[in-house]
Design a protein around this ligand. Structure first.
Ligand code: SF4
Ligand code: SF4
Length: 172
């Protein structure tokens, strides 16, 4: 379903997706959507990239387009700003639902290269963006305390075996 002119073949959809989502707290309001598109109108990502449209994702989930949602890269454009969720007149948890779909995509083995690279960075370095003395000087200028330039506790957190206690966090 890549454009408004595409036809959905309902015979090839996954009817279990909707009931699966409805059983989750994030998806329990899915069928309350009345397609008003308030979510899309306020979305800052839709404004700059018309491939992304939260109302379309809600519709696709309702129709059971599992593979189209989970295997695509559009989900990952959501910034998680919560504008859509706060404005939805029907109480659909749009942002939470998109986050749930992202988690389902990962579980199904669909991880975009950029997200995989971020995960590798966090695992190896403890942060996505390196922090050094230059950053701490900028923090100092605006009255913020310094942050540790290494994040060993995060690395340990990722590498520790299941069941081992979490190490103390040195971040002030
Ligand atoms: S704002 Fe809510 S009801 Fe309206 S289209 Fe979006 S999810 Fe559906
Ligand atoms: S949370 Fe995602 S879908 Fe909702 S308005 Fe923000 S960027 Fe758009």
């Amino acid at each position: 379903m890549s454009s408004s002119t595409d036809v959905i073949d309902l015979a090839s959809t996954d009817s279990t997706l909707r009931s699966e989502l409805l059983q989750q707290p994030e998806g329990c309001r899915l069928t309350a959507c009345m397609t008003c598109r308030t979510c899309s109108c306020g979305c800052p990502i839709t404004e700059v990239d018309n491939r992304f449209d939260p109302a379309r994702i809600i519709r696709m989930a309702t129709y059971g387009l599992r593979e189209e949602i989970l295997a695509g890269d559009v989900l990952w454009l959501c910034s998680g700003c919560y504008t859509c969720q706060e404005r939805c007149p029907q109480g659909v948890r749009v942002t939470d639902l998109i986050m749930l779909l992202k988690n389902m995509a990962v579980q199904a083995g669909h991880v975009p290269p950029g997200i995989r690279a971020q995960k590798e960075l966090v695992t190896r370095k403890g942060r996505i963006y390196p922090l050094d003395d230059f950053d701490n000087k900028k923090r100092d200028k605006i009255g913020l305390p310094p942050l540790p330039t290494s994040c060993d506790s995060v690395k340990v957190l990722f590498l520790r075996p299941p069941g081992e206690p979490k190490p103390a966090d040195p971040v002030p």
